[in-house]
Design a protein around this ligand. Structure first.
Ligand code: NAD
Ligand code: LMR
Length: 334
């Protein structure tokens, strides 16, 4: 028989070896920015992250030095502009919030962000071809196809490993539904499908017990607020950028969900903008819906389930816009 303290030591050793085997190296590209800094901080606190690689064309070593003092077990290293390849060595998950935030429409960002994302994806293809890529840079509806095309051209594309981060829409939907109904946020989770901009964002409020009770003008206002929540922040920041703190929270939340799936946890499901067959017959190759996450990334794409007439209408408005955004991304790389 073990003494109590020996048993404690064995149990600690077990805990350590099992958790150590399940931790991953994560990189943030754009770590010096408005999203990148708080996102890096939140990832530092994630127990499934063993080390963090922070890269930016400006300021990443400073952010890394700062974040590295937080008393969590993960290690942190910053990489300057000319050290992208080093930053990506051995990385399992790459989160990309690099690029400019909008002043007007997200599509305005296309010209600047398309080439930033293309070049970062090319580096990932070269150095960490098996990494999972989480794309935050806007316009997500186009940047995800860009990344995918770059990986395809490099011969390392696996659609199970490329994700557009639409979690902020899900976070907003939960919060806004709670505000409208007075129900606690623990009860107002909403699946949001489609893409990440305006009319392409389709909240499935009828799938939530509180959401299905919202109707008429209140329903229209709630849907509009979820679809255009980003505008509220852009306007309130008055020229100083778009959502950063809520986005960092949402990005860390999705990264943490993916890491749980990569570690083999069962039943890990979250909406994400991925290569999808759901509407491929209508020419929409990428679509956000609930996906089951596992050791290989996307394990299963869930069907949307029953839709109300209002949701069918939202979906009908989403698909043509989304198709155009996707085609624009693909054409950029072609
Ligand atoms: P920001 O300007 O504060 O930060 C962007 C960072 O990217 C800067 O530090 C910049 O130096 C860096 N950068 C630029 N080019 C780079 C490159 N080639 N390699 C590495 N880093 C590079 O902007 P932000 O507010 O953090 O927003 C970043 C992006 O995230 C924007 O495109 C914005 O629209 C998008 N965004 C997406 C969502 C979403 O829900 N997916 C939400 C909010 C913002
Ligand atoms: C958001 O939804 O807040 C982001 O996509 C940033 C933006 O441009 O609105």
């Amino acid at each position: 028989m073990f003494s109590r303290s020996a048993a404690r030591t064995v149990s600690h050793a077990r805990q350590f070896s099992s958790s150590a085997a399940r931790q991953h190296k994560v990189a943030v590209l754009g770590a010096g920015g408005g999203i990148g800094q708080p996102l890096s901080m939140l990832l530092k606190l994630d127990k499934n992250v063993t080390s963090l690689s922070l890269y930016d064309i400006r300021g990443a070593p400073g952010v890394a030095a700062d974040v590295s003092h937080i008393d969590a077990d993960s290690t942190v290293k910053g990489y300057a502009a000319d050290k992208l390849d080093e930053a990506l060595e051995g990385v399992k998950v790459v989160v990309i919030p690099a690029g400019v935030p909008r002043k007007m429409s997200r599509d305005d960002l296309f010209n600047t962000n398309a080439s930033i994302v293309r070049d970062l994806a090319a580096a990932v293809a070269r150095v960490a071809p098996e990494a999972h890529l989480l794309i935050i840079s806007n316009p997500v509806n186009s940047t995800v196809p860009i990344v995918s095309e770059v990986l395809k051209a490099a011969g390392v594309y696996d659609p199970r490993r490329v994700f557009g981060v639409t979690t902020l829409d899900v976070v907003r939907a939960r919060r806004f539904l709670s505000e409208v109904t007075g129900a606690p946020t623990a009860e107002t989770g909403v699946t949001v499908v489609g893409g990440h901009s305006g009319s392409t964002i389709v909240p499935l409020l009828s799938h939530n017990a509180h959401g299905k009770g919202v109707s008429g003008a209140a329903y229209d206002a709630l849907v509009h607020r979820i679809q255009f929540g980003g505008d509220e922040v852009v306007q309130a920041k008055d020229g100083a950028g778009s959502a950063t703190l809520s986005m960092a929270y949402a990005g860390a939340k999705f990264a943490s969900t993916l890491l749980r799936g990569l570690n083999g946890e069962k039943g890990v499901v979250a909406p994400s903008f991925v290569k999808s067959d759901l509407f491929a017959d209508q020419g929409v190759e990428y679509f956000s819906s609930n996906v089951e996450l596992g050791p290989n990334g996307v394990e299963k794409i869930h069907p949307l389930g029953p839709l109300t007439a209002s949701e069918e209408k939202l979906l009908a408005a989403c698909l043509p816009d989304l198709k155009k955004n996707i085609e624009k991304g693909k054409a950029f790389v072609a």
